[in-house]
Design a protein around this ligand. Structure first.
Ligand code: RIB
Ligand code: CA
Length: 311
């Protein structure tokens, strides 16, 4: 399947990129970068380093929006380190991003696609929102958006909101209401696919640079959070695209809170019975989204380790 990744690399974005690049079932057509975990230039530099570790072909990588539509950038150094990717001291890549804006790369990639594209945003949705508003005529080239973001029940950036949606709530509202078939891989499943310490150690000591990078990234998270297991994070969303049979979703109206003092950036997932039949005009906008509520975490984690084990 032909995929495009939108990233804010990002420790777990890096894991997701490695999985997508190493999966024989995925043809990564483009990677677009956006401000989120780190500033957009750092995100580009980190993404190119991941391509180096994977000995990837010349996949086009583009620099996108430098800040959210309304909010200022709010990087997550406390989670991803000062450089946004675990402060591993990786050498700068010799690769360069393409000379067009990420939204233009999305446009050209969709316009020239030989089959519908699966778009996998793993970051604040600023690039995708600008695409939706600028080139609505290209949205039918997208087979499905599978985004890491939001949650039906919990938050992480705040008590109410998940980081990618919290970082740019207006962008999330635009994308979730775009009408494109969308799967929301949110915090309700995000923490389920975990890798135990022993497997992390095996990756760290691997000769293959891609496996070693995956191990070092996860080792950073283990140290950061002092846990015995580390979540795949964004890589879980990519794994779920590879194995949709390991993800259970339910279709609900989803709205993004834009006004709440303590709840701005919350994805309000309307799970009331028959909410889907209500007249959304009277309820205001709210796209119908396939919300991930359960996942086979161990199977997704095993898939990640298996794909990375094979060159
Ligand atoms: O809330 C987790 C999400 O925010 C992940 O995509 C992580 O990389 C950050 O972007
Ligand atoms: Ca991310």
């Amino acid at each position: 399947m032909q995929v495009v990744l939108d990233v804010d690399t990002g420790v777990d974005d890096a894991l997701a990129i490695l999985l997508a690049l190493r999966s024989p079932a995925m043809d990564v057509r483009a990677i677009t970068c956006v401000a989120g975990n780190a500033d957009v230039d750092q995100v580009v530099a980190n993404t190119l380093r991941v391509l180096d570790a994977a000995s990837a072909p010349d996949i086009p990588v583009a620099r996108g929006m430098t800040r959210p539509l309304v909010e200022p950038p709010r990087p997550a150094r406390h989670v991803h380190g000062e450089d946004g990717m675990g402060d591993l001291g990786l050498p700068r890549s010799q690769r360069s991003p393409v000379g067009i804006h990420a939204v233009e790369l999305l446009r050209t990639t969709l316009a020239s696609a030989t089959e519908p594209i699966t778009l996998i945003p793993l970051a604040p949705l600023t690039n995708i929102a600008v695409l939706v508003r600028t080139y609505p005529e290209l949205l039918d080239r997208i087979d499905r958006i599978v985004l890491m973001g939001g949650a039906a029940a919990v938050g992480n950036a705040t008590a109410a909101a998940e980081f990618n949606v919290w970082h740019d709530p207006e962008a999330a509202a635009i994308v979730l209401d775009s009408g494109v078939p969308t799967t929301m891989y949110g915090l309700d499943v995000f923490y389920e696919p975990v890798v135990p310490v022993a497997d992390v150690q095996a990756l760290v000591s691997a000769a293959d640079p891609a496996r070693q990078l995956a191990g070092r990234l996860m080792q950073h998270q283990l140290a950061r959070f002092g846990a015995a297991t580390v979540t795949l994070g964004d890589a879980g969303a990519v794994a779920a695209v590879l194995r949709p049979d390991l993800l259970w979703t339910a279709r609900h109206p989803v709205r993004v809170e834009l006004a709440g003092t303590w709840t701005r950036g919350r994805t309000v997932v309307d799970q009331r019975p028959r909410a889907i039949d209500l007249d959304h005009d009277e309820l205001g906008s709210g796209g119908l989204v396939d919300v991930a509520l359960r996942v086979d975490g161990p199977a997704l984690a095993a898939l990640f380790l298996e794909v990375l084990r094979t060159r």
